[in-house]
Write a protein that binds this ligand. Structure first.
Ligand code: GUN
Length: 283
């Protein structure tokens, strides 16, 4: 028996459809949801991500403002631009594409974004709210992973969830969301000895490492739900995740593919967050 696929493309399309309906309802009330995307410099991957985010907004009827700023922009100038967007009532979400050039302090930049417009969920206020179970913007990737579990009919309550990776963007918030959903959560990382001893206990396994073939078939409990957050390239230049998909699908109960899994869900959840930011201002 091979694992059932959790189709991120299909799920994301459903979510975009719901968002488009709610955008139209806001427009009827005189509110045009808008996302400001700031790109500093010319990082090739960032340019692709940003292009997708702008196209996604257009697809659901949202306005997007794309600020392409030069790589030698001063930190002060970037902070001033963010403050102007904070003060602009026609802008509901602000996203600064990472990574930033090394002369700019990313944590200072994120701290300057108004929490009410922090649709990436990276502000300490958003992270703190998630930690203590209060409402706030959730980082889009783990938020999308939770939606994928829901779509597969998997309730984390009472399950053992193992998260591999401890980044602020994915691993840590993923662990908190699973905990909030009543899973027993283990977080593994680069200094974890005998990773397989942990992953083999997982009913829900989330791989967010950034290295291909980190999770192989022998590291997966039969029937487990495997969520692959990785975005890597193999030697042929083909996009692949952290999970050995062909091997693990023979063991797992559910699995997300790469591409067509978590990636499109991350993009969809950014639209959800931006919509909710706009809805909040509409009262
Ligand atoms: N760079 C890579 N992923 C992300 C993301 O989700 N948000 C932002 N702002 N930058 C990124």
């Amino acid at each position: 028996m091979t694992a059932q696929l959790i189709d991120g493309n299909a799920l994301a399309a459903n979510i975009r459809g719901e968002v488009a309906t709610r955008v139209a309802a806001l427009q009827a009330r005189g509110v045009q949801p808008a996302l400001a995307v700031i790109l500093v410099g010319d990082n090739a991957a960032s340019q692709v991500y940003v292009k997708h985010k702008v196209a996604d907004c257009e697809g659901v009827g949202m306005r997007s403002i794309l600020d392409r700023l030069p790589a030698d922009l001063s930190e002060a100038a970037l902070l001033a631009r963010i403050r102007a967007l904070n003060a602009d009532p026609t802008v509901h979400g602000i996203l600064v594409q990472l990574p930033l050039p090394s002369h700019i302090d990313a944590s200072k930049v994120i701290a300057t974004i108004a929490p009410a417009k922090d649709v990436d969920g990276f502000h300490v206020a958003s992270a703190g709210a998630l930690t203590i179970g209060q409402p706030g913007f959730k980082p889009c990737t783990p938020y999308g992973c939770m939606r994928m579990l829901q779509a597969a009919g998997v309730d984390p309550r009472g399950k053992h969830a193992v998260v591999v990776g401890r980044s602020n963007i994915v691993g840590k918030p993923m662990a908190l969301m699973l905990l909030q959903a009543n899973a027993t959560v283990t977080v593994c990382h680069s200094a974890t000895p005998d990773l397989g001893a942990f992953t083999r206990q997982a009913d829900i396994l989330v791989a967010a490492v950034g290295r291909r073939n980190t999770i192989t078939a022998g590291m997966v409990k039969p029937g487990a739900v495997v969520i692959d957050v990785g975005m890597n390239r193999n030697e042929a230049g083909k996009l692949c995740g952290d999970v050995d998909f062909e091997g693990v699908r023979q063991v797992a109960g559910w699995i997300t593919p790469v591409p067509g899994g978590v990636g499109p869900m991350t993009r969809a959840m950014l639209l959800v967050n931006t919509l909710e930011a706009a809805e909040a201002t509409a009262g």
